[in-house]
Design a protein around this ligand. Structure first.
Ligand code: SF4
Length: 388
């Protein structure tokens, strides 16, 4: 039975609203309205395509940031003075939190993957408010790459529904999942931070929970407690990205501390998520083996049995890029001391002419073997889905 005091601090006058009728506790205030969330996203400018600004989702977002200046743009790509401005390195990190872009996703394409997920869904965002020094997301857009929210989320969800209806059920288990088609919904951003901006992540989680043949999956470096209320019913896999805390303090700029991500695992499991881990990127630097061993021992110490039973991991070695290296030298040269190690790395020119670097084959093979052995020793319950 409800005692009236349940509703006292609600402040929204919903004593006879849905909460009372369904018998659930009155809603907690959202994390996204908290001072911590506002510090993450102190939005001052919203660049919006006209149709995106007028859409229902666009209007909700604009209303959430009443102090922000609204600027109309023809296209969410290549906004002068915002994208591609390597000259603005000093502002780069600030721009990520203070600027939002609203656009409509024109092309709805689901691409096969087979490694992290069966499919890469057309994302509901592109760009990120965090600023990991190794992040490959900005490469295509230039380096000041704040969050672009795609406001036509309904079309993205309808597209996914059609895609999985055409597929039918998954008949052969694979390492992505034994029986669900796994769709990565956050390839070009971080869905947990996106949920501070709009309900796009919530809409996707709710869509997947009614699709018994599919599962959403996204990697994250941010703990957003609002996601705990979404009731995913096992149809969304959260992959908390982990690296030794010393590396994260240097490289994972603006993210939640690693210990916080680990501590959140049980809460997310209990809230109905599947919880996996991305051990990534693995950065080879002095004492990296000891640091990873310590991280794995920490996981073994603090994670409850129920998290361990269902956990799995992706292990991904660092890849880097010459252009990003040059940009980072301008704002975060200490990061480049561990990211740019030509004696260990080999370069490969990509199709678009960028010079990508990765660890030399022998170095990488040895490192992958080492990490697998460390997992076997310190966290033998952690199934490695793939390592490369
Ligand atoms: S959290 Fe992910 S998308 Fe965001 S900056 Fe870091 S690596 Fe890039």
């Amino acid at each position: 039975m409800h005692h009236p005091s349940t509703f006292e601090d609600n402040g929204s006058g919903t004593l006879f609203g849905l909460d009372a009728l369904t018998g659930t506790a009155a809603e907690e205030p959202s994390f996204r309205d908290s001072p911590a969330a506002r510090r993450m996203l102190p939005v001052r400018e919203i660049h919006a395509e006209p149709a995106a600004a007028e859409s229902a989702r666009g209007r909700q977002i604009i209303a959430r940031f009443p102090g922000a200046r609204l600027i109309t743009v023809d296209s969410h790509w290549r906004i002068p003075g915002l994208h591609g401005n390597e000259g603005n390195v000093d502002r780069w990190v600030r721009v990520k939190g203070e600027t939002l872009v609203l656009g409509e996703r024109k092309t709805l394409t689901t691409r096969p993957n087979g490694r992290s997920a069966d499919w890469i869904a057309p994302g509901a965002s592109n760009g990120c408010a965090m600023a990991c020094a190794y992040c490959y997301v900005p490469r295509r857009k230039g380096y000041a790459n704040p969050i672009t929210v795609f406001t036509n989320i309904d079309r993205i969800i309808a597209h996914l529904g059609r895609h999985l209806a055409r597929l039918g059920p998954k008949t052969e288990p694979n390492q992505c999942d034994p029986d669900a088609w796994v769709y990565d919904i956050g390839e070009n951003g971080d869905c947990s931070v996106d949920a501070l901006v709009s309900d796009n992540t919530a809409d996707l989680v709710r869509a997947f929970r009614q699709w018994p043949t599919a599962k959403a999956s996204f990697a994250t470096k941010f703990v957003n407690p609002d996601l705990l209320a979404l009731d995913p019913r096992g149809r969304t896999r959260v992959r908390f990205s982990l690296m030794p805390p010393d590396d994260a303090r240097l490289l994972d700029v603006r993210t939640s501390p690693v210990a916080e991500r680990i501590a959140a695992a049980a809460d997310f499991l209990d809230a109905g998520y599947e919880v996996h881990f991305n051990l990534s990127p693995v950065v080879i630097r002095p004492n990296w083996r000891e640091a990873w061993a310590e991280l794995l021992r920490h996981l073994d110490d603090v994670l409850p049995e129920r998290v361990k039973r269902q956990a799995a991991a992706e292990v991904i070695m660092l890849t880097h890029n010459r252009d990003l290296h040059e940009v980072n030298l301008g704002w975060h040269p200490r990061a480049e001391e561990v990211l740019w190690t030509p004696e260990l790395q080999q370069a490969k020119r990509s199709e678009n002419g960028a010079l990508n670097v990765r660890y030399r084959n022998a170095v990488k093979a040895e490192a992958v073997r080492t990490l697998r052995a460390l997992i076997d020793t310190h966290a033998p319950w952690l199934r490695v889905r793939y390592a490369f």
